[in-house]
Design a protein around this ligand. Structure first.
Ligand code: MTE
Length: 323
Protein backbone atom coordinates (compact mmCIF):
# COMPACT_ATOMS: atom_id res chain seq x y z
CA UNK A 1 0.00 0.00 0.00
CA UNK A 2 1.07 3.56 -0.45
CA UNK A 3 1.40 5.71 2.64
CA UNK A 4 0.22 9.30 2.39
CA UNK A 5 2.40 11.66 4.34
CA UNK A 6 1.14 15.05 5.43
CA UNK A 7 3.56 17.87 6.15
CA UNK A 8 2.88 20.63 8.70
CA UNK A 9 2.25 23.01 5.84
CA UNK A 10 0.30 20.89 3.40
CA UNK A 11 -0.77 22.20 0.04
CA UNK A 12 -3.89 24.21 0.84
CA UNK A 13 -7.08 22.51 -0.21
CA UNK A 14 -8.03 25.71 -2.03
CA UNK A 15 -4.88 25.24 -4.08
CA UNK A 16 -5.51 21.72 -5.21
CA UNK A 17 -8.39 19.96 -3.57
CA UNK A 18 -12.09 20.32 -3.39
CA UNK A 19 -13.14 18.79 -0.04
CA UNK A 20 -15.59 16.36 -1.60
CA UNK A 21 -12.97 15.18 -4.03
CA UNK A 22 -10.51 14.80 -1.14
CA UNK A 23 -12.94 12.66 0.86
CA UNK A 24 -13.70 10.54 -2.16
CA UNK A 25 -9.99 10.08 -2.63
CA UNK A 26 -9.48 8.97 0.97
CA UNK A 27 -12.08 6.32 0.29
CA UNK A 28 -10.20 5.18 -2.80
CA UNK A 29 -7.00 4.95 -0.81
CA UNK A 30 -8.73 2.90 1.88
CA UNK A 31 -10.03 0.49 -0.73
CA UNK A 32 -6.64 0.17 -2.30
CA UNK A 33 -5.03 -0.48 1.08
CA UNK A 34 -7.59 -3.19 1.67
CA UNK A 35 -7.19 -4.84 -1.69
CA UNK A 36 -3.41 -4.91 -1.38
CA UNK A 37 -3.40 -5.91 2.26
CA UNK A 38 -1.66 -9.23 1.70
CA UNK A 39 1.28 -7.58 -0.01
CA UNK A 40 3.67 -5.14 1.54
CA UNK A 41 4.33 -2.00 -0.46
CA UNK A 42 7.89 -2.97 -0.99
CA UNK A 43 7.39 -6.52 -2.12
CA UNK A 44 4.59 -5.43 -4.41
CA UNK A 45 6.54 -2.60 -5.95
CA UNK A 46 9.80 -4.52 -6.14
CA UNK A 47 8.11 -7.44 -7.87
CA UNK A 48 6.37 -5.02 -10.16
CA UNK A 49 9.70 -3.42 -10.95
CA UNK A 50 11.20 -6.74 -11.96
CA UNK A 51 8.80 -7.47 -14.77
CA UNK A 52 7.06 -5.37 -17.34
CA UNK A 53 3.85 -7.38 -16.96
CA UNK A 54 3.42 -6.67 -13.30
CA UNK A 55 4.55 -3.13 -13.91
CA UNK A 56 1.60 -2.71 -16.24
CA UNK A 57 -0.64 -4.36 -13.64
CA UNK A 58 0.48 -1.94 -10.98
CA UNK A 59 -0.25 0.97 -13.26
CA UNK A 60 -3.74 -0.41 -13.86
CA UNK A 61 -4.53 -0.87 -10.17
CA UNK A 62 -3.41 2.66 -9.45
CA UNK A 63 -5.00 4.24 -12.48
CA UNK A 64 -8.46 3.29 -11.30
CA UNK A 65 -7.81 5.18 -8.08
CA UNK A 66 -6.24 8.20 -9.59
CA UNK A 67 -8.95 9.56 -11.84
CA UNK A 68 -10.02 12.08 -9.24
CA UNK A 69 -6.45 13.23 -8.86
CA UNK A 70 -6.43 14.50 -12.39
CA UNK A 71 -8.77 17.29 -11.37
CA UNK A 72 -6.76 18.27 -8.30
CA UNK A 73 -3.19 18.31 -9.40
CA UNK A 74 -1.13 19.34 -12.38
CA UNK A 75 -2.35 17.04 -15.11
CA UNK A 76 -0.31 13.93 -15.85
CA UNK A 77 -0.14 15.12 -19.44
CA UNK A 78 1.46 18.46 -18.47
CA UNK A 79 3.80 16.92 -15.91
CA UNK A 80 5.11 14.39 -18.40
CA UNK A 81 5.34 16.51 -21.54
CA UNK A 82 6.70 19.83 -20.24
CA UNK A 83 10.10 18.76 -18.97
CA UNK A 84 13.69 19.78 -18.42
CA UNK A 85 16.10 16.91 -19.07
CA UNK A 86 18.98 18.18 -21.18
CA UNK A 87 20.32 14.66 -21.74
CA UNK A 88 17.38 14.33 -24.14
CA UNK A 89 17.36 17.81 -25.65
CA UNK A 90 16.85 21.43 -24.70
CA UNK A 91 13.19 21.97 -25.63
CA UNK A 92 10.40 21.30 -23.14
CA UNK A 93 8.91 18.58 -25.35
CA UNK A 94 12.27 16.98 -26.29
CA UNK A 95 12.63 14.73 -23.21
CA UNK A 96 9.37 12.93 -23.92
CA UNK A 97 10.05 12.63 -27.64
CA UNK A 98 13.66 11.50 -27.29
CA UNK A 99 13.59 9.23 -24.23
CA UNK A 100 11.13 6.60 -25.35
CA UNK A 101 13.82 3.98 -26.06
CA UNK A 102 15.76 4.68 -22.87
CA UNK A 103 16.13 1.55 -20.71
CA UNK A 104 15.51 2.24 -17.00
CA UNK A 105 15.78 -1.44 -16.09
CA UNK A 106 17.94 -3.22 -15.04
CA UNK A 107 19.45 -0.40 -12.99
CA UNK A 108 22.04 -0.18 -10.25
CA UNK A 109 23.33 2.56 -7.99
CA UNK A 110 26.94 2.86 -6.84
CA UNK A 111 27.58 4.19 -3.34
CA UNK A 112 31.02 5.70 -2.69
CA UNK A 113 32.98 7.87 -0.32
CA UNK A 114 32.63 8.55 3.39
CA UNK A 115 30.46 5.61 4.43
CA UNK A 116 31.01 2.24 6.12
CA UNK A 117 29.12 0.41 3.41
CA UNK A 118 29.95 1.13 -0.21
CA UNK A 119 29.46 -0.79 -3.44
CA UNK A 120 27.05 -1.22 -6.30
CA UNK A 121 23.48 -2.20 -5.51
CA UNK A 122 20.60 -3.29 -7.76
CA UNK A 123 17.70 -0.87 -7.64
CA UNK A 124 15.39 -3.81 -7.03
CA UNK A 125 17.36 -4.63 -3.87
CA UNK A 126 17.33 -1.01 -2.77
CA UNK A 127 13.57 -0.90 -3.19
CA UNK A 128 13.02 -4.10 -1.26
CA UNK A 129 14.15 -2.34 1.93
CA UNK A 130 12.12 0.81 1.48
CA UNK A 131 8.54 1.78 2.18
CA UNK A 132 7.02 3.63 -0.73
CA UNK A 133 4.96 6.69 0.07
CA UNK A 134 2.89 9.03 -1.98
CA UNK A 135 3.67 12.68 -1.34
CA UNK A 136 2.05 15.61 -3.07
CA UNK A 137 4.66 18.35 -3.32
CA UNK A 138 4.78 21.78 -4.88
CA UNK A 139 7.48 21.82 -7.54
CA UNK A 140 9.06 25.14 -8.52
CA UNK A 141 11.46 25.64 -11.41
CA UNK A 142 13.91 28.55 -11.37
CA UNK A 143 12.39 29.52 -14.74
CA UNK A 144 9.41 30.77 -12.66
CA UNK A 145 6.87 28.05 -13.45
CA UNK A 146 5.46 25.53 -11.02
CA UNK A 147 3.43 22.34 -10.74
CA UNK A 148 1.82 20.20 -8.00
CA UNK A 149 2.77 16.56 -8.37
CA UNK A 150 1.90 13.36 -6.50
CA UNK A 151 5.24 11.59 -6.33
CA UNK A 152 5.81 8.01 -5.25
CA UNK A 153 9.07 7.44 -3.47
CA UNK A 154 10.91 6.70 -0.25
CA UNK A 155 12.77 8.68 2.38
CA UNK A 156 16.24 9.72 1.24
CA UNK A 157 17.37 9.61 4.88
CA UNK A 158 16.28 5.98 5.20
CA UNK A 159 18.29 5.12 2.12
CA UNK A 160 21.43 6.99 3.18
CA UNK A 161 21.42 5.58 6.71
CA UNK A 162 21.71 2.06 5.34
CA UNK A 163 25.23 2.90 4.13
CA UNK A 164 26.30 4.26 7.53
CA UNK A 165 27.87 7.59 6.57
CA UNK A 166 31.00 8.40 8.63
CA UNK A 167 31.47 11.58 10.66
CA UNK A 168 33.36 13.00 7.67
CA UNK A 169 30.27 12.82 5.46
CA UNK A 170 29.23 16.46 5.34
CA UNK A 171 27.65 16.41 1.86
CA UNK A 172 26.06 13.97 -0.55
CA UNK A 173 26.73 14.07 -4.28
CA UNK A 174 24.42 12.51 -6.88
CA UNK A 175 25.38 11.64 -10.47
CA UNK A 176 23.21 10.94 -13.52
CA UNK A 177 23.94 8.12 -15.94
CA UNK A 178 26.44 8.99 -18.69
CA UNK A 179 25.44 7.13 -21.84
CA UNK A 180 25.43 9.29 -24.99
CA UNK A 181 24.04 6.38 -27.03
CA UNK A 182 20.88 6.38 -24.98
CA UNK A 183 20.99 10.06 -24.05
CA UNK A 184 21.60 11.92 -27.30
CA UNK A 185 21.78 15.33 -25.58
CA UNK A 186 25.08 14.24 -24.02
CA UNK A 187 26.68 14.35 -27.48
CA UNK A 188 26.52 18.13 -27.26
CA UNK A 189 28.64 20.04 -24.78
CA UNK A 190 25.79 22.23 -23.50
CA UNK A 191 26.61 21.10 -19.95
CA UNK A 192 29.58 19.35 -18.42
CA UNK A 193 28.30 15.72 -18.43
CA UNK A 194 27.37 13.74 -16.47
CA UNK A 195 24.87 15.95 -14.61
CA UNK A 196 25.83 16.16 -10.94
CA UNK A 197 24.01 17.62 -7.94
CA UNK A 198 24.54 17.75 -4.21
CA UNK A 199 23.04 18.44 -0.82
CA UNK A 200 24.44 19.17 2.59
CA UNK A 201 24.04 16.00 4.67
CA UNK A 202 21.44 17.58 6.98
CA UNK A 203 19.39 18.66 3.95
CA UNK A 204 19.63 15.15 2.55
CA UNK A 205 18.58 13.67 5.90
CA UNK A 206 15.59 16.01 6.22
CA UNK A 207 12.29 14.07 6.32
CA UNK A 208 10.95 15.97 3.29
CA UNK A 209 13.79 14.81 1.01
CA UNK A 210 12.49 12.06 -1.21
CA UNK A 211 13.95 9.53 -3.63
CA UNK A 212 11.35 9.22 -6.34
CA UNK A 213 10.49 6.15 -8.41
CA UNK A 214 6.98 7.05 -9.52
CA UNK A 215 4.34 9.69 -10.00
CA UNK A 216 0.53 9.58 -10.20
CA UNK A 217 0.66 6.02 -8.85
CA UNK A 218 2.76 4.79 -11.75
CA UNK A 219 6.44 4.22 -12.35
CA UNK A 220 8.35 7.30 -13.45
CA UNK A 221 8.23 7.91 -17.17
CA UNK A 222 11.69 8.18 -18.73
CA UNK A 223 11.34 11.91 -19.33
CA UNK A 224 10.73 12.51 -15.61
CA UNK A 225 13.94 10.77 -14.58
CA UNK A 226 13.25 7.01 -14.53
CA UNK A 227 14.01 4.94 -12.70
CA UNK A 228 15.32 7.06 -9.80
CA UNK A 229 15.39 10.80 -9.16
CA UNK A 230 15.61 13.22 -6.30
CA UNK A 231 12.83 15.47 -5.00
CA UNK A 232 13.71 18.18 -2.49
CA UNK A 233 10.57 20.32 -2.58
CA UNK A 234 11.93 23.52 -1.01
CA UNK A 235 14.62 23.90 -3.68
CA UNK A 236 14.48 24.92 -7.33
CA UNK A 237 13.80 22.14 -9.80
CA UNK A 238 17.36 21.82 -11.09
CA UNK A 239 18.48 20.31 -7.76
CA UNK A 240 16.17 17.37 -8.43
CA UNK A 241 18.59 15.28 -10.45
CA UNK A 242 17.20 12.52 -12.66
CA UNK A 243 18.47 9.08 -13.73
CA UNK A 244 20.70 8.67 -10.64
CA UNK A 245 23.45 6.03 -10.86
CA UNK A 246 25.83 7.20 -8.15
CA UNK A 247 25.65 8.52 -4.60
CA UNK A 248 28.88 9.72 -2.99
CA UNK A 249 29.37 10.93 0.58
CA UNK A 250 31.93 13.74 0.71
CA UNK A 251 33.69 15.93 3.22
CA UNK A 252 33.77 18.94 0.86
CA UNK A 253 30.91 20.66 -0.93
CA UNK A 254 30.61 18.84 -4.26
CA UNK A 255 30.58 20.49 -7.65
CA UNK A 256 27.09 20.86 -9.11
CA UNK A 257 26.36 21.09 -12.83
CA UNK A 258 24.43 24.37 -13.06
CA UNK A 259 26.60 26.13 -10.51
CA UNK A 260 29.71 25.13 -12.48
CA UNK A 261 28.10 26.28 -15.73
CA UNK A 262 26.98 29.73 -14.46
CA UNK A 263 28.00 30.39 -10.84
CA UNK A 264 26.43 33.86 -10.73
CA UNK A 265 23.05 32.42 -11.79
CA UNK A 266 22.77 29.11 -9.96
CA UNK A 267 23.95 28.60 -6.40
CA UNK A 268 24.66 25.36 -4.57
CA UNK A 269 21.74 25.88 -2.19
CA UNK A 270 19.07 26.96 -4.70
CA UNK A 271 16.41 27.35 -2.02
CA UNK A 272 13.21 28.84 -3.45
CA UNK A 273 13.28 32.49 -2.42
CA UNK A 274 10.90 35.14 -3.79
CA UNK A 275 13.31 37.88 -2.71
CA UNK A 276 16.38 36.69 -4.58
CA UNK A 277 15.98 37.14 -8.32
CA UNK A 278 17.73 35.13 -10.97
CA UNK A 279 19.35 37.46 -13.55
CA UNK A 280 16.80 36.34 -16.16
CA UNK A 281 13.73 35.41 -14.09
CA UNK A 282 12.13 37.43 -11.30
CA UNK A 283 11.31 35.00 -8.51
CA UNK A 284 8.50 36.86 -6.66
CA UNK A 285 5.81 35.15 -8.74
CA UNK A 286 5.32 31.95 -10.68
CA UNK A 287 3.11 30.61 -13.43
CA UNK A 288 1.33 27.40 -12.42
CA UNK A 289 1.38 25.07 -15.41
CA UNK A 290 -2.22 24.25 -16.35
CA UNK A 291 -3.69 27.55 -15.10
CA UNK A 292 -5.74 29.28 -17.82
CA UNK A 293 -3.85 31.94 -19.77
CA UNK A 294 -5.86 34.74 -18.13
CA UNK A 295 -5.12 33.58 -14.55
CA UNK A 296 -2.76 35.80 -12.58
CA UNK A 297 0.59 34.49 -11.60
CA UNK A 298 0.84 33.07 -8.10
CA UNK A 299 2.99 34.46 -5.33
CA UNK A 300 6.11 32.41 -4.74
CA UNK A 301 6.55 31.30 -1.14
CA UNK A 302 9.84 31.27 0.76
CA UNK A 303 11.25 27.72 0.65
CA UNK A 304 8.38 26.97 -1.72
CA UNK A 305 5.95 26.93 1.22
CA UNK A 306 8.00 24.54 3.37
CA UNK A 307 9.64 27.20 5.57
CA UNK A 308 8.12 25.85 8.77
CA UNK A 309 9.83 22.54 8.18
CA UNK A 310 13.18 23.61 6.74
CA UNK A 311 14.04 27.23 7.69
CA UNK A 312 15.95 25.92 10.72
CA UNK A 313 18.48 24.28 8.42
CA UNK A 314 19.67 27.74 7.38
CA UNK A 315 19.49 29.76 10.61
CA UNK A 316 22.26 32.34 10.74
CA UNK A 317 22.96 32.06 7.02
CA UNK A 318 22.56 35.05 4.70
CA UNK A 319 20.17 33.60 2.12
CA UNK A 320 21.12 36.26 -0.42
CA UNK A 321 24.74 35.10 -0.32
CA UNK A 322 24.03 31.38 -0.08
CA UNK A 323 21.49 31.35 -2.92
N1 MTE B 1 18.43 16.04 -14.12
C1 MTE B 1 19.23 15.77 -15.16
N2 MTE B 1 20.00 14.67 -15.12
N3 MTE B 1 19.30 16.54 -16.28
C2 MTE B 1 18.54 17.70 -16.37
O1 MTE B 1 18.63 18.41 -17.40
N4 MTE B 1 16.93 19.18 -15.26
C3 MTE B 1 16.56 19.71 -13.96
C4 MTE B 1 16.00 18.62 -13.05
N5 MTE B 1 16.80 17.42 -13.11
C5 MTE B 1 17.70 18.04 -15.28
C6 MTE B 1 17.65 17.16 -14.17
C7 MTE B 1 15.62 20.82 -14.05
S1 MTE B 1 16.24 22.29 -14.63
C8 MTE B 1 14.31 20.71 -13.66
S2 MTE B 1 13.29 22.06 -13.58
C9 MTE B 1 13.74 19.40 -13.31
O2 MTE B 1 14.66 18.33 -13.45
C10 MTE B 1 12.53 19.13 -14.19
O3 MTE B 1 11.87 17.98 -13.78
P1 MTE B 1 10.58 17.51 -14.57
O4 MTE B 1 10.94 17.47 -16.02
O5 MTE B 1 10.21 16.18 -14.03
O6 MTE B 1 9.52 18.55 -14.33
Amino acid sequence: MLIQLKTKNPIASSEITDKKIYQQRRKFLKYSAYSLSTLTATSFMATAFASRTSRAKMAKVQASEWQVAKQEWTSYEDATSYNNYYEFGLGKDDPKANSQNFKPSPWSVTVEGEAEITGTFDLEDILSYQVLEERVYRFRCVEAWSMVIPWVGFSLAALLRRYQPTSKAKYVEFTTLYDPKQMPGQKRAVLDWPYVEGLRIDEAMHPLSLMVVGMYGEWLPNQNGAPLRLMVPWKYGFKNIKGIVKIRFTERQPKTTWNASAPNEYGFYANVNPKVDHPRWRQAKERRIGDPWYASKRKTLLFNGYAEEVAGLYSGMDLTKFF
